[in-house]
Every structure is written in C-alpha cells, then in structure tokens.
Design a protein around this ligand. Structure first.
Ligand code: 13P
Length: 284
C-alpha cells in the first residue's frame, strides 16, 4: 500500500469516531510487531520514531525499514517523527520521506512555539507532509526529553485555539494529565479541559503518555476528540519482560532470533489489544 499522511488516516478516524494508535519503534523487531499487529487487526497504523530512536538505529535504516514494511502491508501506514525538537532534524526527516512530523516546541514561550511551528508547517505542507504541534507540557521521560512534574503544565484551551489558528497544524498534542513513562499511581485525566479544548479547536487531538492509562479513560478521551494515541512504554515493558524470561529460561541459547521472536510476539499482542480499545481495528 505504501506510506500515507497523518491527515489522511486522522480524517477517516474523525469521520468514524475512533483513534489511531501511534506506536514507537527503535529497531526491526518493533517495526515488525507493529505492522503484523496492524495487519492482523486490519487497522490503519502510525509508526513513530523519536530523535533518540533515530540516533540509535539511524534515520536511513528506520525510514527504509518502515517504507519496505508499508509497501508490503495491506493497511495504511504513516511514518511520523515523534517529539522533534530540532528544526534541522525535522527537515532531514521530511527529505527522507516521513509522511508526518511532530514539532515539539512546548518548552518554548508561546510566541516562539507558534513561530517555529508555523515555519515547519509551511515547509511540510509544501512537501505534502502533515504536522503535529504540542501545547502545554507533558510530564515524564520520553527518550532524551525529560520533564519534571514541577515543570509540566496543562494545555490552556484559549491558547490552544490561538496556537491552532496561527500555526496551521494538522493535529494538536495536549497535556491533560497523562505522562510519558511508567505511572506511579493511576493517572487522572482532566476530561473537562479536554472537552473545552475540543469545543474551541476542531482538529484531531493527540494523547501522549497513553501507556498505563486505563482502557475506560482512553475510550472517554476518544469520545472527546482524541484521534491519535501514543504508546511506547507498554510495548517496551512487554518486549523486555518476555526477553528477560527467555534469557533466564534458556541460558545457553545463542541464536538471537530464538530469543527475540517471542519478545516480538509479546509486543504484537499488546499492540493488538490497544488497537481494539482505540476502535481502529477493522478500519483499514
Ligand atoms: P508512553 O511511553 O507513556 O506510552 O508515551 C509514549 C508517547 O507519548 C510518545 O510520544
């Protein structure tokens, strides 16, 4: 099928009232787990790579692997840059063939965030690529980006309206109580704020830090306009947990494939479950 843009899959999600899963990848096995889950569920899917993942695997490797996977897949696949904080990196991803980029200017003063995001939107749209922006600051650790709880703050609905109007972005990441990484207690989402944001902006909303958020809360967020849901930690936990088990139970195994395949399978099952909760199964 080949790669499609974020806008394409999110427009369909908006019309159908569901959300599309955006799963982080770092290597071949994660890409295979994501694609095979999407095919099994007949779901559109967003494969995203952070700057840290690109540093680890190489931009060319990630792009080529995802493109090859998308061409062979029977479902629509988006290749998205997660939390791009560096203008040059965003442009390199555009040139490589990413079909969507996130510019995360959430650490910047609002006017600066608007200015840089607007510039990226101009360039990306000219190249037919979608853009996700972020307003508010999501707590926790996502690869090299660390935000302490004291530095984090929720998205202001009025500012969101201005941000969307002045930047021309295609999707907005909001901070409404989720955090990147493993939660210490149960996360509580500020649904009233989400609803207010939704009333003021009509574009698809993005929920980051969605691992560990109860299924019911996810469903409610979808009913309030969340159309892209980011999952990284839950896949890592499944993959590494299974890998540890395999290493412990087979200490003499030296074939990496025999150790990695069950871990890949564990990751795939978690992804399939998420797709069902997001309502994107059967939508491809
Ligand atoms: P989790 O690691 O909490 O799933 O968050 C992923 C994310 O939001 C990537 O941007």
């Amino acid at each position: 099928m080949g790669l499609v843009t974020l806008t394409e899959v999110l427009q369909r999600a908006e019309a159908g009232g569901y959300a599309v899963g955006a799963f982080n990848c770092h290597n071949l096995e994660f890409i295979q787990a994501i694609i095979s889950a999407a095919e099994a569920e007949k779901a559109p899917v967003i494969i995203q790579a952070s700057q840290g993942a690109l540093q680890y695997a190489g931009l060319g490797y990630i792009t080529s692997m995802v493109k090859a996977a998308a061409e062979a897949a029977a479902v629509p696949v988006v290749l998205h840059l997660d939390h791009g904080t560096d203008f040059q990196q965003v442009i390199r991803c555009l040139r490589q063939g990413f079909t969507s980029v996130m510019f995360d200017g959430s650490r910047l003063p609002l006017s600066e965030n608007i200015e840089i995001t607007r510039k990226i939107v101009d360039i990306a749209h000219a190249a037919g690529v979608s853009v996700e922006g972020e307003l508010g600051r999501i707590a926790g650790t996502e690869d090299h980006i660390q935000v302490a709880a004291s530095e984090s703050f929720y998205t202001d609905p009025g500012e969101a309206q201005r941000f969307v109007a002045e930047t021309g972005i295609d999707a907005l990441a909001v901070a409404v109580g989720t955090a990147h990484g493993v939660y210490r207690g149960e996360p509580h989402l500020d649904f009233k704020r989400l609803q207010k944001i939704r009333e003021l902006v009509s574009l698809p909303l993005v929920l980051h830090g969605s691992s560990g958020v109860p299924d019911e809360a996810i469903r409610k967020a979808i009913s309030l306009g969340v159309r892209k849901i980011n999952i990284d930690t839950d896949i890592r936990l499944a993959f590494v947990g299974k890998l540890r088990e395999e290493l412990a139970s087979r200490p003499h195994e030296i074939d990496p494939r025999k150790l990695l395949a069950p871990a890949r399978e564990a990751a795939r099952e978690v992804i399939r479950h998420k797709m069902r909760v997001f309502g994107c199964s059967g939508r491809a």
